[in-house]
Design a binder for this molecule. Structure first.
Ligand SMILES: Cc1ncc(COP(=O)(O)O)c(C=O)c1O
Length: 458
């Protein structure tokens, strides 16, 4: 049998052709168009390395799964140990200790009434579970979410996801799924008055665009929901596990929801996993009789490798003080970026919490710069930010992302191990990228090529 090293040594340039042939040719086209075809060969902490050993700072973090950094030695050790123990994984008609221990650790870190845990294999799966649990608890069908929300791409989760790009061609959606404007309590009450609402699903900080609702939104929304017999589900798939400088982002608010979903970073980015934390009442509404004890679940839920990685991840987060570091580095990064705004008026806003951070751009001052922006914007909305992202990777070895389709918002979801010299790296890269000469001809040309590519490959 070939070793993994043998297989990896075949990687070279062939990787993109093989992907184009069998997995997703359009994705390969996009990678090539934006020069993201880097074929990294190794990851360590917040860094990625190419075949020549060049180091790239990863601010994308696998869409926010690497809170503890890539290939953390303690998580690798836990996984190797779990394999070497020849555990009786997935007996199914039995209880395994690792899932119980991980549930206990999650409950310890969560607000008191959230004492039951349902495990899943992804963020979207946690949302699907929460939809079913909300309907079972309230006996009502309707599900509310924010217009620009992102809750995943499976059918139920997609029904609660606002972005049209993801919804196009996939309707009809879940009956009863209705969206309300972001951060709008009056719209919420209007919907609740219809009497059919099971739950409101919200991200504490909206991932698409990195928008924070008013500070008292969640506490007031919870009171309204209670008044009309509906539940609050806080989707912490992206914001949970220390990302915002607290274990859960809801700790920044004066609210205790009925359910919280977590996933992404829970297993250190190693094994797919997710969990719904909920009150006993919500749990009992679904799993209330012996013949209903497994009415919801999946083959791989509670699998030992995900659970072992989850336990190790929580230890690493505690041992390395990653929650405190996320708060500290987030503040430092925000302060330094806000200072840059004085020098670069093209920066409209810097927002976020902990290490979930966004920079929003606006048309620059000055006739020529405004014209260049307008050309890019006409080709494709959000193209300016895409060009900034390409420049950050091309010239400064920083991997980042746009915060959503057609948004002029650059987003960072780095590992929470980010340090002060990484912050210097980011700030000087953004400074140089936005400096006059650079927001000039080169960027315009790059954007026009990219825009043409995007238009022709549709
Ligand atoms: C808030 C939120 N919910 C749900 C999901 C879906 O998670 P997954 O991609 O693991 O299905 C995501 C993914 O980005 C997310 O950010």
């Amino acid at each position: 049998m070939k070793t993994l090293a043998d297989r990896l040594s075949q990687q070279g340039d062939g990787v993109y052709e093989l992907h184009a042939q069998h997995i997703n040719p359009q994705f390969v086209k996009v990678l090539k168009a934006i020069h993201f075809d880097r074929a990294f060969v190794r990851g360590e902490g917040q860094y990625l390395f190419d075949g020549e050993g060049n180091k790239t700072l990863d601010l994308l973090g696998g869409y926010g799964v690497f809170n503890v950094g890539r290939n953390h030695p303690q998580i690798k050790a836990a996984l190797k140990e779990a394999l070497d123990l020849d555990l009786p994984n997935l007996v199914k008609m039995d209880c395994a200790i690792l899932s119980a221990l991980l549930a206990e650790e999650l409950v310890k870190r969560s607000p008191a009434p959230l004492e039951r845990v349902f495990f899943a294999n992804s963020g979207a799966e946690t949302v699907e579970a929460a939809i079913k649990f909300a309907r079972a608890t309230t006996g009502k069908p309707a599900l509310l979410s924010w217009e620009n929300a992102f809750h995943g791409l499976t059918m139920g989760a997609l029904s609660l996801t606002g972005c049209t790009q993801f919804r196009e061609r996939f309707g009809p959606f879940l009956p009863g799924a209705r969206s309300i404007p972001f951060d709008d309590l009056e719209a919420l009450e209007r919907e609740l008055k219809k009497g059919d609402v099971a739950a409101l699903f919200c991200e504490p900080i909206q991932g698409k665009g990195v928008y924070l609702p008013a500070h008292d939104f969640f506490s007031k929304a919870k009171k309204l929901l209670e008044k009309y017999g509906a539940l609050l589900v806080m989707d912490e798939v992206q914001t949970g596990l220390g990302r915002t400088g607290k274990f859960l982002a809801l700790e920044h608010e004066d609210v205790i929801p009925d359910m919280v979903t977590v996933a992404k970073a829970l297993s250190g980015g190693m094994i797919p996993v997710g969990a719904v934390l909920m009150t006993k009442k919500v749990h009992a509404a679904t799993f209330d009789r012996m013949d209903r004890c497994i009415v919801h679940g999946s083959t791989f839920y509670q699998n030992d490798l995900a659970m072992a990685a989850g336990l190790a991840t929580l230890d690493v987060i505690d041992d390395e003080g990653l929650i405190e570091n996320a708060a500290k580095m987030g503040e430092l990064l925000k302060t330094r970026l806000l200072e840059l705004r004085k020098k670069h008026p093209v920066i409209l806003d810097v927002r976020g919490r902990g290490l979930m951070m966004a920079i929003e751009f606006k048309a620059p001052d000055g006739f020529f710069n405004k014209m260049k922006w307008a050309v890019l914007d006409k080709l494709e909305k959000g193209l300016f930010t895409q060009v900034v992202i390409m420049t950050l990777l091309d010239k400064h070895r920083i991997l980042s992302q746009v915060a959503g389709h057609k948004l002029d918002v650059l987003k960072f979801l780095p590992p929470l191990t980010l340090n002060e010299s990484d912050v210097d790296w980011i700030v000087s890269a953004i400074d140089q990228t936005l400096s006059d000469g650079n927001v000039g001809a080169g960027m315009l040309e790059m954007g026009i090529n990219l825009g043409k590519h995007a238009l022709t490959s549709r």
